[in-house]
Design a protein around this ligand. Structure first.
Ligand code: FES
Length: 304
């Protein structure tokens, strides 16, 4: 409705579907951040298009729906003609300015917080190779608890623990089983299910700082103290709430030293030791399925 001099009735916006489309786009965007990039992209596109159409309607001065009123229609000829300079009425300008300013403040307040909270999880983390020392320090078919700094520049906060077993030779190449101690339920440190020989603990110095080797006999596999998760010696889940096997480390032998690489997730392991067949997947968070229909719920895996 065009503003008329002396007309103080509220300017009601005409019903429009653009706000609904905008809301649907925002919902898609938020769901997509959890579920999948392409859903987020579709949501962002919808929000942009419908937001633009909505803003254009609000600011273009589209005639508003006539208000239900019992007032007598004006018969004044002067009132029917817009005054000079009223082509863009002040009320519409204020409406548009308020919406625009609100949107700007929303973006300025939300974007940095969302960026700091969400972005790091989606950025590629730097991989670290860790020298665990000469392979002669790892007796064949014996387990050791190995504690090391993943990043020597942040030694104290990057200390990790792995369970390492020398499987002997496979086709003339040394074979190792290297299992992460991060529980596949919610990430508590799992413990060996057997005696740990603290008195035989050995510290060796490598390019990555100090590495601690402690012999252990995990006869009952590995056990999680938090909720009773239980794994066999290959890291297969055998009881409790974990949804998959224990993660493992990549490794190489360089100049007679055992070099540790990144971790990867494991659904399960068939066979044992050097003959194990590992069902390997990209590293996933604790509690996430990596195979079967349940894994469809976790299409997006932030790097770790
Ligand atoms: S964290 Fe290991 S069983 Fe829950």
């Amino acid at each position: 409705m065009e503003e008329r001099p002396g007309d103080d009735r509220p300017q009601l916006p005409q019903p429009s579907l653009w706000p609904v489309g905008f809301a649907v786009g925002i919902v898609c965007l938020l769901v997509g951040l959890v579920v999948s990039w392409w859903v987020a992209a579709v949501g962002a596109a919808l929000a942009l298009v419908f937001g633009f159409l909505w803003a254009r309607d609000v600011t273009s001065g589209r005639p508003a729906a006539p208000a239900q009123s019992t007032d007598e229609p004006t018969t004044s000829v002067a009132a029917a003609e817009p005054e000079t300079g009223e082509r863009f009425p002040r009320s519409r300008f204020l409406e548009g300015a308020t919406l625009g300013l609100g949107a700007l403040i929303g973006v300025v307040v939300t974007l940095p917080a969302a960026g700091f909270a969400l972005l790091p999880g989606f950025l590629k983390q730097k991989g670290h190779k860790v020298d665990l020392g000469p392979i002669s320090d790892f007796q064949e078919n014996k387990w050791q608890v190995v504690t090391f700094a993943r990043d020597p520049t942040h030694a104290e906060i990057s200390r990790r623990t792995a369970f390492v077993r020398n499987n002997g030779l496979l086709n003339g190449v040394p074979s190792f089983t290297i299992i992460s101690n991060r529980c596949a339920h919610v990430g508590c440190p799992v413990q060996p299910g057997g005696p740990v020989f603290q008195k035989q603990e050995k510290t060796i110095k490598t390019a990555n700082g100090e590495v601690l080797l402690t012999p252990v006999l995990p006869a009952a596999g590995f056990i999680c103290p938090c909720h009773g998760g239980s794994y066999d010696q290959e890291g297969n889940r055998i009881a409790g709430p974990p949804v998959r096997g224990l993660d493992r480390y990549e490794f190489w032998i360089r100049n007679g030293h055992l070099i540790l690489g990144n971790t990867f997730s494991v659904a399960s392991v068939s066979g044992t030791g050097a003959n194990a067949e590992i069902h390997k997947y990209e590293l996933s968070g604790p509690g996430q399925h990596v195979d079967g229909p349940e894994s469809w719920l976790y299409p997006l895996q932030p790097p770790h």
